[in-house]
Every structure is written in C-alpha cells, then in structure tokens.
Unconditional design. Structure first.
Length: 338
C-alpha cells in the first residue's frame, strides 16, 4: 500500500450565545472560585477550508485578508499563525475562512475560528476527526497560552461540542461540560422570542476583558462582588432552564447585564445602552450585550406577541437582526480525498 494521501477538509464550528455566567470562566476568577456558564451554540458558523497542498510549497491564507508567504512565521494574521504553528504546519498549505457574522460581535467568533481551523488541519493530516474535548482544550491553549489573551475556555468548548450546555470551570483548570435538556417551551422560546441585533460597533474581546482580568487578579472587591453576582445568576438561570421556566429568562438576562456593565468602563457603550432602552420600551422583557461587551450583538428576550413591534423599533434604529436557532452539533467536518 502506498502512503496515505492527504485530505482537503471543510469544517464548520458554531458560534454561541452566552445566557449567563460569562466572564467567570476566566482563570483570574475561576482558578480561585470556580466558574459556571450557561451557553447555547447557534446555527451561525465559522467555516474553514484546509487544502494541504500548494504548487510552490508556500502558505496561502484567506482569513481576515489574503496572504501568500513562504512559511508560517511570516503570516501577519496572528490567530492563523498560532493555530498553524501548533498544528505543525509550516507551509505547503492553503487555508480559507468565512463567517456568518462580523468579528468582534460577542458570539465567540475567534474561538469558533480557532476550533474550526485546528479541526481542519488535524483531520487533513490524520483523516480522522479529533476528539471534541481535546480539540477544545488545544484551541483554548492557542488563545490563552500561545497568544496570551485574557480569555477563558467557554467559547472553545461550545464551538467544539455544540448544543445547550452548562460549563463548570474548576479551580484546577478542568472543565465539566453537561448538555441541558431542551423542552418544548424552551425550544419555542429560543425560536420565537430570543433575538440578536447588531449594535454596529465591533471590538476585540481581549481588549474588553483586559481590565476585568487585571482587576480580578488584583482582587478588586467591586469587580469580584459583581462576578460573584454573575456566578449566582448563572445558577438561577440554570434552574429556570432545567424547569422550562422560560418567562424567567428575560429578567435574568437583564440582571446579568446590569451586573456585567459595572465590571469596567470597557463593557458598555452609549449605542448599546440606547438600543437596550429602546428595546425595553418596545416589547423586550430583558437582554444583554454578548461577549465581553464594548459593542457587538445585543441579545433580547421579547414578550409574547411583541416580536413585530420590537423588530420594527430595532430596524428604525438601524440595528440589523441576525436570525438564529439552536445548533445541536459542535465542530463538524467533511473530508475530500485528494
């Protein structure tokens, strides 16, 4: 038998909507107190193609921009460069990336990209899909260790595993990932009453999280108290989800946002506050800015029957909607023998 031929691999990894507990996965908090996040993968994806051949043996990438370099260390795209290095790819490869949502939206896009690219490169080499938990751990190490970003493992686990989950972050760095049941009322609530609108402002999660991370490490009492509140709200929302008490979710999102907005000046922006006030006046019973804050997508919970009024108000304010639903699956790939 001859040498196994490589594969061209197309991977899609879901982005996510954090319902409660975001920020407690950062090591600056979780390593001392333990974190908890309730999160939902959505049917909006980052798609990556890895083509393990290039005529001249060079490295070509189409991610944030087009690059054609002799070897990996010359790439300007730090995310692609770090993933390719960790996967042991120096050159002779072509990579392209596409996404359903703009970067800096608070949907865990960088985590989904890291998971998808690492998945594609591993499967192109091995012709086998990587273990999802191992993939999540390796992808999180790319951001947290290789790039030194002040982030946690939340996004990477959701991109790798998918579904509706509670993630528990232990003091020793371990992650317990438990799928949650999706009852009929909850499924209908997600489909009909949860909505995403873009503020028109994008930001780098690393910059937005840096202040929280620094203050938590310095044991700032106000920041720690707010993170304790966010952690407690995650427990409360988890109980509501398990009991299918969907009418409790909107007010809990509101309480979560009010606690989170006080973490640092980088969390909220006037545009987001303006849109949120308008939403509450137009049928929303709660909501929160997703991700680290500072812009991106606003998640809104709508009262029954007020969907049309809420959408009209957001459209008038030029906040574009991103329709979505629950994604049951995590990072998945199609391999094509070359």
């Amino acid at each position: 038998m001859g040498e196994r031929r490589p594969q061209a691999v197309l991977v899609r990894a879901p982005m996510r909507v954090s319902l409660a507990g975001g920020g407690t996965d950062l090591p600056s908090y979780a390593d001392r107190f333990g974190g908890l996040v309730v999160s939902m993968a959505i049917d909006r994806y980052v798609c990556v193609t890895a083509y393990p051949r290039e005529f001249g043996g060079r490295l070509r990438t189409l991610c944030d921009g087009v690059e054609d370099v002799e070897e990996v260390d010359r790439l300007r795209d730090r995310f692609a460069r770090a993933v390719l290095r960790r996967a042991g790819v120096r050159g002779d490869t072509q990579v392209a990336s596409l996404s359903d949502a703009p970067s800096g939206g608070g949907l865990g896009g960088s985590g989904a990209f890291t998971v998808a690219l690492l998945h594609a490169l591993r499967q192109a080499r091995d012709a086998q899909p990587p273990d999802p938990v191992r993939l999540a751990e390796e992808a999180s190490a790319v951001e947290m260790v290789d790039l030194g970003r002040p982030v946690g493992k939340h996004d990477h686990y959701m991109a790798a595993l998918g579904g509706l989950r509670v993630l528990r972050f232990a003091k020793d760095g371990g992650v317990q990932h438990t799928p949650l049941p999706v009852g009929d009322r909850l499924r209908a609530y997600v489909a009909d009453r949860l909505m995403l609108f873009h503020t028109g402002v994008s930001r780098d999660a690393g910059h937005a999280l840096a202040a929280q991370d620094r203050l938590a490490r310095d044991r700032d009492r106000q920041v720690l108290d707010r993170l304790h509140t966010i952690r407690a709200l995650a427990d409360t929302l988890l109980a509501a989800v398990r009991a299918d008490r969907v009418d409790s979710i909107g007010p809990l999102l509101d309480a979560h946002w009010r606690a989170k907005a006080g973490l640092s000046d980088a969390v909220s922006v006037p545009r987001a506050e303006q849109l949120y006030r308008l939403a509450l006046e137009s049928g929303a019973d709660g909501g929160k800015l997703l991700g680290a804050g500072g812009g991106g997508f606003l998640l809104l919970s709508c009262r029954p029957g007020d969907q049309r009024r809420l959408r009209a108000a957001m459209a008038a304010a030029e906040a574009a909607e991103l329709p979505f639903d629950l994604s049951e699956t995590g990072s998945t790939a199609v391999g094509l023998p070359l």
